[in-house]
Design a binder for this molecule. Sequence first.
Ligand code: UDP
Length: 195
Amino acid sequence: IETVNILGVRVARMGMNQVLEWIRIMIDQGKPRHIVTANAEIIYKAYREPDFRRLIGNADLVTPDGSGVVWASRTLGQPVPERVTGIDLIYKLFSYSHEKGWKIYFLGAKPEVVEKAVLNTLGKYPKLHICGYHHGYFYQEEEPKIVSNIAKEKPDILLVALGAPKQEQFIQRYIKELNAPISIGVGGSFDVLAG
Ligand code: UDP
C-alpha cells in the first residue's frame, strides 16, 4: 500500500474504489484486518498520544477521512486521490455486501441507537445480511461473551462504533478471536444511520 506520512500516521493513498477492492481481496483471503478512517481529529490525537499512535500504526489500512487530511497530503506533495470517510465507506459497503452476500455485524452506540441504525439500514437495503448487533455500553467482564457471540455469527465485516480510542483498543485486543476479515472503527456513524 502506498502511503503518505501525516504527523506520524501513514495514510493510504487510495480512493474509495481502491479501498473497496482492497476489502474484497482481504475478505477473500480471510485473515483479520483492521481499518481506521482517519480524520484530522484522529491524526492529531495520534500525534499527541504515543499509545494511540501505536494503535493506529498497528492498523492494516488507514483511509483519508476528511478534507483536512486530503489537504495535508497535498501540501506534503504526496496527494491522496480523494477523501474516504467512515460513513461513505459504510454506505458503499452496504450496497457492495448486498451484491456479494457479505455478512455485517454492528457493535456500538446506545441500545436504542444501534437498534434504530439496524432497522433503518434494513429499510434501505432489505436483502442486506446483518448477522447481529450489540450496543456499546458494556463492562470489560462482558467482553469475552460479546466477542464469542460475534465470532459465532462469522461476520465478513464488523463495524465498531465505540468512539476513539475504545473502538481501536477493542478491535486490536480481540482481533484474533473475532476472526472477522474486516473490522472498522466507525465512531459516531450509527448515530448518523439512526437519523
Ligand atoms: N460509544 C459507545 N460506548 C462507549 C462510548 C461511546 O458505544 O463506551 C458510542 C457512542 O454512543 C457513539 C459512538 O461511540 O455512538 C461514537 O462516539 P463519539 O462521537 O464520541 O466518537 P468519535 O466519533 O468522536 O470517535
